[in-house]
Design a protein around this ligand. Sequence first.
Ligand SMILES: Nc1ncnc2c1ncn2[C@@H]1O[C@H](COP(=O)(O)OP(=O)(O)OP(=O)(O)O)[C@@H](O)[C@H]1O
Length: 254
Amino acid sequence: MSVLAIRSLSKTFGGVHAVNEVSFEIGKGEFLALIGPNGAGKSTCFNMINGQLKPNSGEILFEGKNIAGLEPREIWRLGVGRTFQVAATFGSMTVVENVQMALISHAQQTYRLWRPAASLHRERAIELLAQVGMQDAADRPSRELAYGDVKRIELAIALVNDPRLLLMDEPTAGMAPRERNDLIALVKRLVLERGISVLFTEHSMDVVFSYADRIIVLARGRLIADGTAATIREDAKVKEVYFGTGKTFQVHAP
Ligand SMILES: Nc1ncnc2c1ncn2[C@@H]1O[C@H](COP(=O)(O)OP(=O)(O)OP(=O)(O)O)[C@@H](O)[C@H]1O
């Protein structure tokens, strides 16, 4: 059984078919890239899966259960993780406190318990930081971190609820090419080690074609291709929608 099965998913805004009868699946431990030109419907698709948007029609089966239309928190608790931007909100907290906060929230403890429980979950938080190579920075204020390191913390936080599916909408936005590769290589390692399935969007074709196990392509709300890097690179429809965008499908292995 697939971890996630999307069936005929649709969402319209006014008269715009942002996502139009889209169907695809993700297997266990699969690293799946969702690509497409601007306005293709990638974010809309993501936001329906994580609960921020309600679909007009279609099913989103997570481990066989239809989660379409559930609240984001319910979906998260079922085991669908996502990366959140921590940079702005929690800059004054230390790195480890940021992760502890997420653990406390996961355990449904309230914010007012935070102070007396400052050491709560520290051990588990350090463990999660170790998984993303950030344990040495545990007691540094988050605001002092380089951007690439903040992204690693966001990843550690996304692992707090032991997700079986992780959604990453443009995880490397704003990063330099080298940093992008490092982050995606780290995610890929976690996918392999923990057997998590990952759905990610990414504008760097180099990253997508180097790391994704499979690639699905949206254009104007419709799914136009689904296959391995080799298949997608040669797909006539894909070439057509990307023609003239300046994007190439060359693989520059990092
Ligand atoms: N809240 C909204 N209200 C109205 N139209 C929207 C809304 N969100 C998205 N759209 C429209 O839906 C279509 C798909 O947008 P979406 O943001 O999902 O595409 P995308 O593939 O993520 O694009 P990008 O790569 O530029 O982020 C676009 O035509 C967009 O203008």
